[in-house]
Ligand binder design. Structure first.
Ligand code: TRP
Length: 334
């Protein structure tokens, strides 16, 4: 608990271009959660280098992501918005936790298997111990809840196992975190292959709406969205393209599925696609304008980066010192 509130931790990587799916499925919910919890939202740049990155691009994208967190409505005075690499405790705790994690556990991680297949020329040890760094992120702040997508559930389970193992040896050191699975889990699918999640690494750029797409591009992608030949606007598994368009429409306008279906009764697919495009633009345009405004205020963003790195370090070090003492590292001389 911090300030009588439960602690929440989550992070995103600054690799690839963020999509509408990242916004509606994650970032938008973070804003909702920020009243109830004491929140740490990290730009997890240390995780990003498990795959080779161009340094200038990574730096630029990390800053853009941090700015986006704020533009999306996370108040950086209330929420701790910071770069993972600015808080050395992440790496220090990760090392210790490495010594409490088994090779067998890490070998079973599906993301490791997928990524090592995809990057066969660079299966580095960081890729293997990626989940341990993630466990350190979470446990460092004694987080109670962690909003994550389904794809990260296995890593969260491992985090709980590591924390429990450590606590069993040394007493109550870590809070055991729970997953927070959003109630209105807006799962946004690809516009081109509606059976697949909308992804920042999609090869077909028409499948994803990127957060920085201009209005014309958004309208064009919506108009080209794959539908079906039923010629009837309905919300059902058999019409996945239409279902996805309706989900996007509802997530952007706040309407329920029933309201949306009533609105489009007797209308054509073209009308729906236009309306979806307009709804997406009405959400993304203000977000983009806010990003542009914040980007101009370099001094302000810099001050947030500095203050929050200090705030995060304060809480991180409290846990770290305790852990170091437990495992037997000599006390620091003051
Ligand atoms: N691995 C997460 C992802 O790729 C990002 C992440 C890193 C994270 N550390 C975290 C998410 C801690 C939640 C909590 O999506």
């Amino acid at each position: 608990m911090i300030n009588d509130k439960k602690v929440l931790f989550s992070g995103m990587q600054a690799t690839g271009n963020l999509t509408l799916g990242n916004y509606l499925g994650a970032l938008k919910n973070w804003v909702t959660l920020s009243d109830e919890y004491e929140c740490f939202y990290s730009v997890v740049d240390m995780h990003s280098i498990t795959v080779r990155q161009d340094p200038a691009t990574l730096r630029k994208r990390a800053r853009a992501l941090l700015t986006l967190y704020i533009a999306a409505g996370l108040d950086p005075k209330k929420n701790c918005i910071y770069y993972q690499s600015h808080v050395s405790g992440h790496a220090e705790l990760a090392w210790i936790l490495n010594c409490f994690t088994y090779m067998g556990e890490l070998s079973r991680m599906t993301q490791f298997k997928d990524k090592s297949a995809k990057h066969a020329d660079n299966i580095n040890a960081g890729l293997f111990t990626y989940p341990v760094l993630m466990a350190a992120d979470i446990l460092l702040y004694q987080a109670d809840v962690v909003p994550v997508g389904i794809d990260q559930m296995q890593h969260l389970e491992l985090t709980r196992d590591i924390a429990t193992r450590f606590n069993n040896i040394y007493g109550d050191v870590f809070t055991i975190p729970e997953a927070y699975i959003g109630k209105v889990g807006a799962k946004i699918m690809s516009l081109q292959e509606p059976s697949k999640k909308m992804s920042k690494s999609d090869e077909n750029p028409n499948g994803s709406i990127y957060l920085m797409d201009d209005p014309d591009t958004i309208m064009r992608k919506c108009k080209r969205a794959v539908t079906d030949s039923e010629a009837c606007i309905a919300y059902r598994e058999e019409q996945p393209g239409l279902k996805n368009l309706l989900d996007i429409y509802c997530a952007c306008t706040g309407r329920t599925t029933e309201e949306a279906l009533r609105e489009f009764e007797g209308k054509g697919y073209g009308d729906l696609k236009m309306a979806v495009g307009e709804a997406v633009v009405s959400v993304l345009k203000p977000l983009q304008d806010e990003v542009a405004r914040l980007e101009k205020d370099k001094a302000y963003i810099d001050s947030i980066i500095k203050e929050n790195a200090e705030k995060a370090s304060y809480f991180a070090n409290k846990t770290l010192r305790k852990v170091q003492r437990k495992v037997g590292f000599p006390d620091r001389i003051r």
